[in-house]
Design a protein around this ligand. Structure first.
Ligand code: ZN
Length: 385
């Protein structure tokens, strides 16, 4: 083994221990299967397709993999179905923070749509306060287990609904109380982001932050509207920006006006490789646009989207990218710093996270090979002696 191979390719264990930063993760897409089963029992939810946690986990994955939008959406009807009480929301949020911390995530922005959790009689405010409480509990238990994580909430409005302004006002009301920004999600086709202009204009007037799911299925017009009409700070997915980039046979690359704008203005792209494979936005990890976008120095970040439906984690996303593109710890650090720069918390806190948490974490991992080599040298000396 040469020092080259030791130092360049991170092991799965190093990937897990590396400090990772997550900007795009859905609360209702990351439940533990066992928790869904227990919450269904506790809350009288009777529509689960399986009641054995192992089989239920497989069902979620297969439904999400099936290529059928109907079955994919059905998965969320079950997770949202069991998240209708205060206790359920606190628990799901707490476990989310714990699971991310266990996976080596040091900073996460987790999103959910408060309007989808009102069936049990909770108010929008009660939903936000329950989720915040769960995140704080999860941060505390992570700390007790020797891990560090900070979790901020993003409030999502659904594209097909008409409550975006109300949810934006809610996000603004809780902005210094655990909510760091706003998002819109749901089917892109037929529901352009400009339908919710009043919400975005309100947030801009309030100097608040928002991201928009755009350029996942619908392509360049959706990205263009999200940026130039709505004023999004970040793009949820944004993978179709690739349609505005020409790669010539000789390897040279030409960026269109929109792709240039996105790169020049350092617009963060919240990329979710496994999720994109399931929805058909990319054919394989090796063909995922993140490879080219990283090479061209777009502000690309790596994210999970829906950990349950995609059977993934931040570590698993990076394992796939290491396999597909030969990424090193330096690449992982680059993605993690990109994400931290793009977070919605104040600049001084982002900078401190980068300089005092992310970079020292990678420096420590990058130095490990030095000590491994010393150990193996002394081992062979022993044998010879
Ligand atoms: Zn998403």
């Amino acid at each position: 083994m040469t020092s080259q191979t030791i130092s360049n390719t991170p092991t799965p264990d190093q990937i897990r221990r590396a400090p990772k930063v997550l900007l795009h993760d859905h609360l209702d897409g990351g439940l533990r299967p066992g928790t869904i089963v227990e919450l269904a029992r506790d809350t009288g939810y009777s529509r689960l397709p399986e009641t054995d946690p192992g089989r239920l986990g497989v069902w979620f994955r297969e439904a999400a993999d099936s290529g059928s939008l109907e079955r994919y959406l059905e998965t969320f009807s079950h997770t949202v179905g069991v998240m209708q009480t205060r206790d359920a929301l606190v628990r799901v949020a707490r476990e989310c923070a714990e699971d991310l911390a266990e996976d080596g995530v040091v900073y996460a922005e987790v999103r959910y749509a408060p309007e989808q959790h009102l069936d049990g009689g909770l108010s929008l405010e009660e939903v936000v306060e329950a989720v915040n409480e769960g995140f704080r509990e999860g941060e505390r238990t992570a700390r007790e287990n020797g891990r560090r994580i900070r979790v901020g909430a993003l409030l999502t409005a659904m594209r097909h609904a008409a409550r975006a302004l109300e949810i934006a006002e809610l996000a603004n009301r809780y902005r210094d109380l655990g909510v760091v920004g706003f998002d819109i999600a749901g089917a892109e086709a037929g529901y352009p982001p400009t339908r919710h202009l009043d919400a975005f204009e309100y947030l801009k007037r309030e100097n608040n932050h928002f991201t928009i799911h755009a350029g996942e299925a619908f392509g360049l017009p959706s990205i263009w509207q999200a940026l130039q009409w709505c004023g999004a700070d970040r793009l949820g997915h944004g993978v179709r920006i690739i349609d505005d980039i020409q790669v010539h046979a000789d390897g040279t690359v030409k960026l269109g006006r929109l792709a240039s704008y996105v790169r020049d203005k350092r617009i963060p792209l919240e990329m979710c490789p496994s999720s994109n494979l399931q929805t058909g936005a990319a054919a394989s990890y090796a063909e995922h646009p993140i490879g080219l976008l990283r090479r061209l120095h777009f502000r690309a970040t790596v994210n999970t989207d829906n950990r349950l439906m995609s059977n993934t984690s931040m570590s698993r996303e990076f394992e796939h990218l290491v396999d597909a593109f030969g990424y090193t710890l330096d690449d992982m650090q680059w993605f993690s710093v990109n994400a931290m720069k793009s977070a919605f918390i104040p600049f001084d806190e982002r900078l401190a996270m980068i300089n005092d948490v992310v970079k020292p974490g990678y420096a420590e991992l990058k130095s490990e090979w030095l000590f491994q080599q010393t150990a193996s040298t002394s081992g062979s000396a022993d044998i010879e002696g």
